[in-house]
Write a protein that binds this ligand. Sequence first.
Ligand code: ATP
Ligand code: MG
Length: 279
Amino acid sequence: MSEPILTVDGLSVSFRSPQGVVQAVRGISFTVGREKVGIVGESGSGKSMTGRAILKLTPPSAEVSARVLRFRDIDLAAADERAMRGIRGDRIGMILQDPKFALNPVQTVGRQIAEAFRIHRSASSAEAKERTLAMLEAVKIRNPRRVFDLYPHEVSGGMGQRIMIAMMLIPEPDLLIADEPTSALDVTVRLSVLRILDELVSDRGLGLIFISHDLNLVATFCDRVLIMYAGRIVESLPAVELHRAQHPYTRGLLDSLPRINERRERLPVLTRDPAWLTA
Ligand SMILES: Nc1ncnc2c1ncn2[C@@H]1O[C@H](COP(=O)(O)OP(=O)(O)OP(=O)(O)O)[C@@H](O)[C@H]1O
Ligand SMILES: [Mg+2]
């Protein structure tokens, strides 16, 4: 594998609460090169917190620690907020799970994307507008000129997600963290968004972290998959081997997928073993 774009070693995220400490991420380690790395796991397993911790976008109440958190030659663990502002959006993009909250409600969609481009590439506003329209078209927005002038509350959830993707891709980042980027999209739009992401990885050498609930999607789209359970990576394997996974938790996730041509009286219940937390 080529030199990693991102190195994560011993990353932990915890929250202090009146009921005690909640460990959202428990000392996980992985690297990302010019490839598509999927992160799967049930709700609450720490997928989003992992993505946010890399960009230092965890809630203020979170405590984050890591032995190594390095993006190319930058020590993210040591980077202050000012340095992070230069990195976020420009060199590392993040598509958030809920795009509605990530867009500025009082600015039109087009202006937000154009601004993102202008700031990062110091382009003229005419050039930024052209680029923005082209990008909206690339994410399959049918009437980019009309959408350019809409406010975020005027667009559908799926369109909001594509706008977010356009905004993140316009500065041409080296690493993209995509948190459930296609879950709100219908099948055809999902395919075109996946194609865009795939091309960025193969043509431009982007590193992609693809967070998803969808095991089948990750198995076919990604190169490698990390399976998270209760804040830990319990298994890491090439995506094509996902269906042959060994870990009982991964097996449980795979066995709970509904299958066509199979009638079941009831869905299986996922079993959990406390030993997985210490393994
Ligand atoms: N602000 C917070 N305060 C306390 N605990 C939090 C906070 N935010 C998240 N957590 C906890 O951190 C854990 C991991 O959350 P995270 O959002 O990373 O899960 P996830 O794997 O992305 O889940 P989903 O698939 O539902 O998006 C959860 O147990 C959650 O309850
Ligand atoms: Mg999440």
